[in-house]
Design a protein around this ligand. Sequence first.
Ligand SMILES: [Zn+2]
Ligand SMILES: [Zn+2]
Length: 347
Amino acid sequence: MTAINRNNHGFAKSKEITTTRTEDGFVAKIRWPDFLVQIFIHGGCLYGFYLALFEARFYTSLFAFCTVYTSGFGITAGAHRLWSHRAYKASWQLRLLLIILFTITGQRDAYTWALDHRVHHKYSETNADPHNAKRGFFFSHVGWLFLTPHPDVVAKRKTIDMSDLESDSIVMWQKRLYPVLFALFVIILPVFMPVYLWNETIWNSFWVNFNTRFCITLNIAFFVNSVAHMWGQKPYDKYISSVENLAVSVAALGEGWHNYHHVFPWDYKTGELGNSYNPSTHFIDFFARIGWAYERKSATGEMVARRAKKSGDGSYVYENEDDPNVWGYGDADIPGDDMQELQDMKD
Ligand SMILES: [Zn+2]
Ligand SMILES: [Zn+2]
């Protein structure tokens, strides 16, 4: 009999599920070239961080910080909300801008990113999920990038319809030219701009503006797969692992409202507007105002409240005070006398 324990993320976890092993006996192997790349990126990141604080010019560090946050919109509004989920439509000008921003982040080509992300949503928390959070923090954060994928991941990738992206000439252009575009937008331009504009050394600029910047962007994106599947509230669906996490949202331009996002993946806001920090939504709304973004899809308040009532963990704040499921004022657990008194005060 298999011993079952419950890890601190609430998953019923078989002892046999680990970073490298799944419950069906599959054992992942290390892909050494990918592993060494991650070692280099993360080791170099520490050195670059030291240079950014103590050796590099102030503008060099500021430039790296600004690049992380501006290019991030290429992931959130581009590869994620537009190309993975088709949550809105974008003119060719906006798609070109997004593909350039996305390329700067260095996170593979948009087609491959969107394919894995579609598999992640469709087969969440199963062996077919490329970064299955049930295999623990380390696997979902970075391990999945240098371990051989479970055969179910390979099989399910082939079943995903990608015809929409195949007919997007900008996406396919980036996919075709990816190695050249990576060299230009991830290494050459970020490293040489500070050298030419304010006489930074190539050495400092390489470690700060290629290595550390790249590593920080990578880890922010990784947080959505790891932290946002582990620590936080589940107002919309308590039966899935994804959570609402403010810290991830602040780091990832509004992508930490992940419980909402897995329930309504087609909503371009990836969170409820009005009560959440979400720069990527404002980014899309800005381009909608000038006509470059259109047909933004969004869940209605009623749909959201209905879903929260049906499957939420009780942390959802209802706007309707008389709703018997309200947590807080109006909660069914408030003693009848108190409720009557409150009612009288209102009248
Ligand atoms: Zn997710
Ligand atoms: Zn998504």
